[in-house]
Design a protein around this ligand. Structure first.
Ligand code: IMP
Length: 192
């Protein structure tokens, strides 16, 4: 079984990595399993660059192949913002949601998508990425208690409920992260 270091401290992400990729012969170690990893500055200008920065930093520090993701919300009427700045758009989830709704006040075009890019890197410096998205719209006011981040204002195409209202199993089957992880299977199959 291939061993990969999951370059994230986010338990929810590690759990999703395991659920989707362990059936394909991948065993994930956590940063705690290798005595911790430093989180590098996300200085890239794309999701791909930031995912590679995180995966490469963990791979070179640990001497193991490493896996990382970078994700966020792109809103068409805001020229793709908050994008790679999604986690830094304001100080808390509720403040981030308030900012987005303020910026979209009186805006008709509500089209948006969540994007996730996963990167696999080796200690020698090689790396590959895979991208997943989920399309939807931003509603006028938050709804639902589940999920995290921008989930209460995002309704995925084909549903009438927000990501925060849908059961976690539904979100996890159609999400940007699930789609990126499915795309990553192909990379993992060829990764030696
Ligand atoms: P990352 O941990 O650097 O990938 O930052 C991702 C940020 O994008 C999170 O802090 C959230 O604000 C937002 N985000 C990414 N995925 C989701 C999601 O599935 N639901 C809601 N917000 C998300």
């Amino acid at each position: 079984m291939k061993k990969l270091l999951a370059a994230t401290g986010n338990e929810h992400k590690i759990c999703e990595f395991r659920t989707i990729l362990e059936p394909f012969g991948v065993e994930f170690l956590t940063p705690a399993d290798v005595g911790g990893i430093l989180e590098p500055e996300e200085s890239g200008s794309t999701f791909e660059e930031n995912a590679i920065i995180k995966a490469l930093s963990a791979a070179t520090a640990s001497g193991m192949d490493a896996f990382a993701d970078d994700s966020g919300l792109e809103i068409d009427a805001l020229d793709g913002a908050p994008g790679i700045f999604s986690s830094r758009y304001a100080d808390s989830d509720s403040a981030r949601i308030e900012r987005v709704l303020r910026e979209l006040r009186d805006v008709d075009n509500r089209r948006a998508r969540f994007v996730c890019v996963v990167a696999l890197a080796s200690p020698a410096g090689s790396h590959e990425t895979a991208r997943g998205t989920v399309e939807g719209v931003i509603i006028d006011a938050p709804r639902g208690d589940g999920g995290f981040g921008y989930d209460p204002i995002f309704v995925p195409d084909g549903y009438n409920a927000t990501f925060a209202e849908l059961p976690a199993a539904v979100k996890d089957s159609i999400s940007h992260r699930a789609n990126a992880l499915k795309a990553a299977r192909r990379i993992l199959e060829s990764w030696s």
